[in-house]
Design a protein around this ligand. Structure first.
Ligand code: MN
Length: 394
């Protein structure tokens, strides 16, 4: 139960991989549901041997690559098994990263975030870069530093310029979180082929929550002109349970109006149903809610991001992960990172224990959760991505 789920009624859902204390070396594909996690490998062997090759291998990779007909078949089976299947209680569930991350792309799809960051990093400059409303701006991140929720995050070191102008090397002094939505690609696409927006459900397996940790001092010094590099590549945390796209139908909403109208491969204005997603996110710092970012306010949708990411003919691979970029709404209480919440540290937030934070301190724990309208009513619980900051070893 939490602020984003006041009645404690939200139904958890999602595919992931976990271990148990009894067999710590065995990885099991699981389904997160009310009351715990269902061991899908064991169930498939007993009830649906034809699905065992997707569910009995201890990783989600074969399921991701299998494509939508199999995804639908597996989801149907799982939702039926939910009625009577045994649950592994959560205290015995140790989630691991469920799939092999191929490439990682991070977008910058929140207008509220982009405009505020511009004001902080480039005071006096126009609020949005020239291309921002013509294409979803993004960069290629580091797939190898994607970690599952609960993995400690070591404070990164690097080169930074102090406010006094001195250039030094050391642990970041401006460690930040970024609350984002992640999209996990299953079905690949061939090189030279642009994937249209309408093909999103054929390629994207599901959604997770992302904390794209950022070292703002390293980032601010290094990012011109090629964009984020070491300020972002030390760790990106993801929630363990990937919510199938099919369960998010009730969460689909119209995105904000776009002006100017985007180029045809990005133009969703005539679409019967667009891919805005009403995910109600919540960021907690040391147990205290510090923000409630609304994903429905994102300017660019997952479908537009997919179309843009492949418009040059770049191939998709099974296990590609792309993230929305920091989700920030218009209100002060909806900012998805400390950079915005504290005006780059100038206005620290106060915590319940009387301490203040401009940026994250060693020992701080960040938890990002989300709920969304569920099929048939009620709320879906997308789980959470959790991470604690540990000191730099240097
Ligand atoms: Mn990011």
């Amino acid at each position: 139960m939490s602020d984003r789920d006041p009645g404690g009624q939200a139904r958890p859902a999602g595919f992931g991989v976990f271990r148990t204390p009894e067999d710590p070396r065995v990885r099991r594909v699981g389904w997160r549901t009310t009351g715990g996690v269902i061991d899908l490998g064991a169930l498939a062997a007993a009830r649906a041997p034809s699905l065992a090759s997707y569910l009995g291998v201890g990783r989600l990779d074969p399921l991701l690559a299998a494509g939508r007909p199999v995804w639908d078949q597996v989801l149907d089976a799982v939702l039926t098994w939910e009625d009577d299947a045994d649950r592994v209680p959560l205290e015995r569930v140790d989630p691991v990263l469920g799939f092999t991350v191929a490439d990682y792309v991070d977008f910058y799809a929140s207008e509220h975030h982009a405009a505020r960051v511009s004001g902080l990093f480039r005071p006096g400059a126009p609020p949005l870069p020239e291309a921002w409303k013509h294409l979803p701006i993004g960069y290629h991140g580091r797939a190898g530093s994607i970690v599952v929720s609960d993995t400690p995050v070591v404070r990164p070191r690097g080169q930074r310029r102090d406010p006094e102008g001195e250039i030094g090397v050391g642990p970041t002094r401006r460690l930040d979180l970024e609350a984002e939505v992640g999209f996990v690609v299953g079905v690949p696409s061939p090189p030279g082929h642009a994937v249209p927006m309408a093909a999103l459900p054929d390629h994207v397996f599901g959604v997770c929550l992302v904390n794209d940790w950022s070292a703002r001092d390293i980032q601010a010094w290094e990012y011109v002109p090629l964009g984020p590099f070491l300020g972002k590549s030390f760790a990106t945390s993801v929630s363990p349970w990937i919510v199938p796209l099919a369960l998010l139908d009730a969460a689909r909403v119209a995105p904000p109006p776009r002006d100017p109208r985007p180029h045809s491969y990005l133009d969703d204005t005539g679409d019967e149903q667009q891919w805005g997603l009403d995910l109600r996110m919540e960021v907690r710092l040391n147990g205290q809610v510090i923000s409630r970012p609304p994903a429905a306010t994102l300017y660019w949708t997952a479908a537009q991001q997919l179309a843009h990411l492949t418009v040059n003919g770049a191939a998709l691979r099974a296990g590609d992960l792309y993230a929305s970029g920091t989700v920030s709404g218009p209100d002060e209480s909806e900012r998805g990172c400390l950079l915005e919440l504290t005006d780059n540290g100038a206005r620290p937030i106060e915590l319940a224990d009387g301490t203040t934070r401009g940026f994250l301190e060693d020992g701080d724990e960040v938890v990002i959760g989300a709920t969304a309208p569920a099929p048939g009513g009620g709320l879906l619980d997308l789980g959470e991505v959790r991470g604690r900051v540990t000191p730099s070893p240097g």
